[in-house]
Ligand binder design. Structure first.
Ligand code: NDP
Length: 328
């Protein structure tokens, strides 16, 4: 089978597309014929070796994939079932999706809702599923379209694009923050954003811990000063779902928004989320994501293009989602 393989021997890192024998796959109870994987931000970091994502070498990267069960020792899946996998340290500690086959634990797999083709499930991928987890967190904390606008940072990226599309369909007024307002303004409006702001507005260290309120909730992919500014401008009883670090890992802020406005900072970890919550997120995507918008935000590439796309995503140059045809 063809695979993208990352190796690190004596601190010499390399990325190769190579033939790997099926018996080299890690031990696990379920063998999947991978049709598509995708490039998420974390995959970009792993494939460019710019952050210590990979913890076991050699590694097939790819934190997600969609495909068909070839064999399983588990009663939960049968041959031919269409499945998607997101996270569970796959592509980090356990061989991941950028290969024609993957052997994984059945407990890591989610059935693809019948509303989606296998390709569309991959297009949603970890970024889209994470966007839905963020939106579920806002709902859990009482943020509704009547509460006021919701901000999405990194709006032109993968998590951001899906979040904008779903929130708009749910009836929210969506403010999209992007570093590419000029280039991607039309795109963001086509997904449903009603207001665009440049991310530079949120990029500097917080000057006032309680700023003028601008949104009832937010989906934040950026972290760092961006997240601090987002919290400072969140309305009383609002909620900010924080999932990313595209701006930075740090967070310098004060408790003022939390204790004086009752704002909730909800952390999102898609990698170790429970199977029940995953099923809930995928079911909601099936009803709340317009597949025409999903198709419009998705680009397809073959395995050969992956190193270049990985560099692009780390540099913030990718729009929406990139699906990889692992046989292409
Ligand atoms: P993408 O690269 O597709 O999107 C990230 C976007 O962030 C970019 O497109 C850009 O959007 C914006 N951005 C880039 N640099 C900065 C910056 N300095 N300040 C503010 N915004 C910036 O990545 P994904 O959508 O796949 O992932 C987004 C983030 O979410 C990543 O940090 C990723 O690690 C994290 N993540 C976390 C998960 C979890 O379980 N917690 C799961 C999935 C992702 P624009 O040009 O519009 O500004």
């Amino acid at each position: 089978m063809r695979a993208l393989l990352l190796t690190n021997v004596d601190d010499e890192f390399s990325v190769d597309i190579t033939e790997v024998a099926e018996d080299q796959l890690p031990e696990a109870d379920t063998l999947v014929a991978v049709e598509y994987s995708t490039i998420n931000y974390k995959d970009g970091l792993a494939i460019t070796n710019s952050s210590p994502i990979v913890r076991s070498w050699p590694m097939v990267p790819g934190v997600d994939f969609a495909g068909t069960v070839l064999s399983s020792e588990s009663d939960d899946f049968s041959v031919g079932d269409r499945v998607v996998l997101n996270g569970w340290d796959v592509g980090e500690k356990h061989w991941g999706g950028l290969a024609e086959r993957a052997r994984v634990d059945a407990g890591w797999l989610t059935s693809i809702p019948e509303e989606f083709s296998t390709y569309q499930a991959a297009a949603i991928g970890t970024a889209g599923y994470t966007a839905m987890l963020c939106i579920l967190a806002l709902e859990d904390h009482g943020v509704t379209p009547d509460s006021g606008a919701v901000l999405v940072t990194g709006a032109a990226g993968g998590v951001g694009s899906v979040a904008v599309a779903v929130l708009a369909r749910l009836g929210f007024e969506v403010i999209a923050s992007s570093g590419r307002v000029e280039e991607e303004g039309d795109y963001l409006r086509s997904l449903g954003a009603t207001e665009l702001i440049h991310r530079s507005e949120l990029a500097e260290p917080v000057s006032r811990p309680l700023a003028k309120t601008r949104w009832a909730g937010a989906v934040d992919v950026a972290g760092s000063h961006t997240l601090a500014n987002v919290l400072a401008a969140t309305a009383p009883k609002g909620c900010v779902a924080a999932c990313g670090l595209a701006h930075g890992m740090d967070l310098t802020t004060s408790v003022a928004p939390l204790i004086l406005r009752g704002v909730t900072l909800a952390g999102i970890d898609s990698v170790h989320e429970t199977a029940e919550r995953r099923d809930e997120a995928w079911k909601r995507l099936a009803t709340d994501l317009d597949v025409n918008l999903l198709d419009a935000m998705t680009t397809e590439v073959g395995l050969e293009a992956v190193p270049e796309v990985a560099a692009d995503i780390v540099e913030g140059r990718i729009r929406g989602r990139v699906v990889v045809d692992v046989a292409g």
